[in-house]
Design a protein. Sequence first.
Length: 306
Amino acid sequence: VGAMALPPLPPQFKSIQHHLRTAQELDKREPVVAYYCRLYAMQTGMKIDSKTPECRKFLSKLMDQLEAMKKQFGDNEAITQEIVGSAHVENYALKMFLYADNEDRAGQFHKNMIKSFYTASLLIDVLTVFGELSEENVQHRKYARWKAAYIHNCLKNGETPQPGPIGMEGEGFDAEREEAGSSSLHSGTTQPSSSSTYEANNIPTSNYTGIHIPPGAHAPANTPAEVPHNTGVTSNTIQPPPQNIPLVDPSLYNSQSAGEVRLTPEDFARAQKYCKYAGSALQYEDVSTAVQNLQKALKLLITGRE
């Protein structure tokens, strides 16, 4: 894909430049995510301007890139099936978010974590190609953008950022100004323009007040969230109807991953798909389907076979 260089970005398409840059950065490591970044850029570009000659030329070259990638990864389920693709992109976005969130909560502030927050927010944009964003992803995106802006500003002004979701009310995030200068964020070099990188001018700060990110809520399971231990409500007030839970194959508990199991990207995508199905089943309190799908994922990951 790299060989098929795109023409210069028309100014109308400024809002998708970082999604395209992210695609380039992920081409080797995460081609599936790179593909969907370009698809998002393509769909967004078409909405912005598909008439002006320079825009049409740009979009048609971008279309060629997408076609080439489709050919190259044509048999990859994450490209051919939306549910697998969407789980793949969402997992990667969450991975970026959690990495940055953990660094942030540990008070480790650096360019890489700022970029991870920012990239996570771009990848959540990309999830819109699969339909409406979940409320959780909307919050993650808002929080990640705000965090990237806030920490970037603090470091630029020589201030120490406060870790975690603190003081969010005071910061706005102006995507337009940010687009103008955040090349420094992506290239890792600070350019003079970056002084205006993250200034909040147009967005009323009230947009940012209602966001509630509880402590530890978005960190991985090993980060203790602050849970009130005794709320005085006993958990057995409502009894759900009993369900027939399939037996878990005991051999899965004992089998160690045999050293020679080599998992392919398709195996990972398939395991992700089973986990996604399990997650959906749990939303409907269907424990049986959840357990079955988790077992399939477990077996695949441990043995390399379904």
